[in-house]
Design a protein around this ligand. Structure first.
Ligand code: URA
Length: 242
């Protein structure tokens, strides 16, 4: 693979800043294949070299993939003056890896959020025309009906002129006061589910994303918790057809 500057390479693990790497190099604490590195700007192929810091091997990964159970009250952004972002839920070493959320959930929406620094994968999942299915659990005011399901399946035309793609609505429970359902969207317009259900006169009371493409929210994760994706989960996201 391509060669990368040592300071960038070590800093991308999140364990050190680039300035700290320079200091480590000056102090002779970084070895490449057993030989002290003399410049933090020297380039290495991370797949071909064994780097150690103070004798411990450096674990380097090209990209990082994190599944977060987003709680309500956090913005799906990397920084935002208006409040806490989902990155505030990660420890400092992960925050230093330039992760960003793949797509957005509203501040009050909970559930599955993928964070990564893999730009090509994010693009593949979000690019218009890719139409990756996203599944949400929703509680609405009012009683959902078969008419609502048909309207979703036909593709809703919203009052503001937005023509929605056909979407899935599977009713789990329908009562006069409140209903529960699964919604499957193939696109992701601003406040889309809230707007679709408001257009049917059944405003959203609670929304949680359960699935994005092949990736399902881990039921072991409580709101605010995260874990790294397993290799097979990353592969399944990259090769959705397989
Ligand atoms: N639709 C919404 O209205 N909000 C979300 O956060 C996601 C989908």
């Amino acid at each position: 693979m391509e060669k990368l500057r040592l300071d960038r390479l070590l800093a991308s693990t999140g364990a050190w800043s680039r300035r700290e790497v320079k200091l480590l190099v000056r102090q002779g604490r970084v070895l490449a294949d057993g030989t002290p590195v003399t410049s933090a700007e020297e380039k290495f192929d991370p797949s071909a070299v064994v780097l150690t810091v103070d004798g411990s091997p450096v674990l380097w990964e090209r990209y990082t993939y994190v599944m977060l159970h987003k709680p309500a009250g956090y913005l799906s952004a990397t920084s935002d003056g208006r409040g806490q972002t989902v990155l505030d839920l990660l420890p400092p070493d992960l925050r230093r890896r330039n992760l960003f959320p793949v797509g957005r959930l509203d501040k009050d929406t909970e559930g599955l959020l993928l964070l990564t620094n893999d730009g090509p994968l994010a693009h593949a999942l979000l690019a218009p025309g890719k139409h990756v299915d996203k599944v949400y659990f929703v509680r609405t005011a009012g009683c959902l009906t078969e008419e609502d399901c048909k309207a979703f399946a036909a593709g809703l035309l919203l009052g503001d002129g937005l023509q929605c793609m056909p979407a899935g609505l599977e009713i789990l429970q329908a009562e006069m006061e409140e209903s529960q359902a699964l919604v499957t969207l193939r696109e992701g317009k601003f406040h889309q589910i809230k707007r679709m259900l408001a257009a049917r006169g059944k405003p959203v009371r609670y929304l949680k994303r359960l699935q994005m493409g092949n990736l399902t929210l881990d039921s072991q994760l409580l709101p605010g918790q995260y874990r790294f994706l397993r290799e097979e989960e990353v592969e399944a996201l990259k090769n959705p057809g397989k």
